[in-house]
Design a protein around this ligand. Structure first.
Ligand SMILES: Cc1cc2nc3c(=O)[nH]c(=O)nc-3n(C[C@H](O)[C@H](O)[C@H](O)COP(=O)(O)O)c2cc1C
Length: 392
């Protein structure tokens, strides 16, 4: 099992991660991690920070000559902007006053976190609550994806809706097909949206431009899909072994994510059972197959052999430039929030984070079922299971 823990502040020295449980023999490099880290930094409507920083995870331990050794993998992602925040985030007392952040932003962790930990300078809360932390999780996700690749699994997170504008151009397409549509959009509009709707993208860009002009923010929905997964990952026999529950938790732990749906999701309530449930067929030489994927690839908390398909809703960014009604925690005077550099829309970046956290859970489901201290051992166990599946 991969276990990991992250530490670090948004404008502090950097982000640290320790990943335990990575089998030996997995090829891992800083360049590989950087590919996903740079994807997280892109996106139309992001704030100025992404222009001044480019993330790279330094491998501190657990890798030798390009391969994991089986020891915990420790990573460090430097915050390049720290130079400008040295005094504000100093670990030791400093001379002179440091400007405080006393007006909590509705929608952010500021007020509840301040009450909880006894801070009225919300800097102490927001630095850790910030989605900067997701860079660490994207790095862990890159390790999980490297393992999934060994298991023959492809995974991809993208945007299915921004500010209520949706597309169905991804329907019936596999990951490669969706990526092709996304690059068509990026070529046509010169904007990084990770969105496959060639026609609808223009409206999304207009919505984001308008939000920037108005000093407002927008949210959206992200979708994560995989290539077909072997049936039987996850477990129905105990509540906390259910794979859908674990994936939902992982997604709900991403900053600003407020809802999760598998397959057709909440729409299932309006569809008769005879139409909703994915029919079961048998193909000689292949085994059991499902012609549709309304359940999103999971039944009874287990994979059913179909691709995993999950969506998550992201609320609009809570740092609103035009200000939101609030109260100064020190003076108790009514006021509006103060703006500090922030994203207008971070849905494309959030789809990269979603891909990472789902990859970690799927990877863990593989490790739980197939075990192994060496990556080759896990692959052999998986191959044996694939033979069993064909014969079952
Ligand atoms: C990729 C990503 C980028 C984000 N960027 C910002 C941002 O620039 N400004 C902001 O106020 N919130 C941003 N958020 C959301 C906040 O971090 C989040 O709303 C806050 O931590 C409160 O947590 P909650 O919304 O989960 O309750 C971002 C979230 C994600 C996933």
């Amino acid at each position: 099992m991969l276990r990991y823990m992250t530490a670090g502040e948004s404008h502090g020295k950097g982000l640290s991660v320790i990943i335990d449980g990575v089998p030996s023999g997995l090829e891992l490099s800083e360049d590989l991690l950087e590919q996903d880290l740079s994807e997280r930094q892109k996106g139309y409507g992001r704030g100025g920070r992404q222009k001044i920083e480019s993330d790279r995870a330094e491998i501190i331990s657990g890798v030798r000559f390009g391969k994991t050794t089986g020891a915990p993998v420790a990573l460090f992602i430097k915050n390049r902007d720290f130079e400008n925040w040295k005094k504000i985030l100093s670990a030791v007392p400093v001379n002179g006053a440091v400007k405080e952040f006393n007006v909590p932003r509705p929608g952010h962790a500021d007020l509840a976190g301040g009450i909880k930990y006894g801070h009225k300078d919300f800097r102490n809360v927001l630095e850790r609550a910030s989605a900067r932390e997701t860079a660490s999780r994207v790095a862990v996700g890159a390790v999980a994806k490297a393992m999934l690749k060994k298991f023959g699994v492809d995974i991809f997170g993208y945007v299915s809706n921004i500010a209520g504008i949706v597309t169905d151009e991804d329907m019936g397409l596999d990951i490669e097909g969706i990526k092709k549509k996304i690059s068509e959009v990026e070529k046509k509009y010169k904007a990084s949206l990770r969105f496959p709707g060639v026609d609808e993208a223009a409206s999304i860009i207009r919505m984001i431009d308008n939000a920037i002009k108005e000093g407002d923010t927008v949210g959206g929905v992200v979708k994560v899909i995989t290539s077909p997964l072997p049936a039987g990952l996850g477990d129905y026999t105990q509540w906390d072994k259910k794979l859908d529950a674990r994936i939902a938790m992982a997604l709900m732990s991403v900053q600003a994510f407020k809802g999760v749906e598998f397959g057709l999701g909440f729409r299932c309530s309006g569809i008769p059972g005879s139409l909703f449930h994915d029919r079961i067929r048998y193909k000689k030489g292949t085994g059991f197959i499902r012609p549709t994927d309304n359940a999103g690839g999971l039944e009874g908390g287990m994979t059913n052999g179909a691709p995993l398909m999950v969506q998550a809703a992201m609320k609009p960014i809570s740092t609103v430039r035009k200000g939101t009604e609030s109260v100064n925690a020190k003076t108790k005077n009514s006021t509006v929030t103060v703006y500090e550099r922030s994203d207008t829309c971070a849905v494309p970046a959030a789809s990269v984070v979603a891909e990472a956290v789902v990859a970690i859970e799927v990877c863990n489901a593989f490790m739980e079922k197939f075990g192994g201290d060496r990556i080759e051992e896990t692959v052999i166990n998986l191959e044996n299971y694939a033979k069993y599946l064909k014969k079952y």
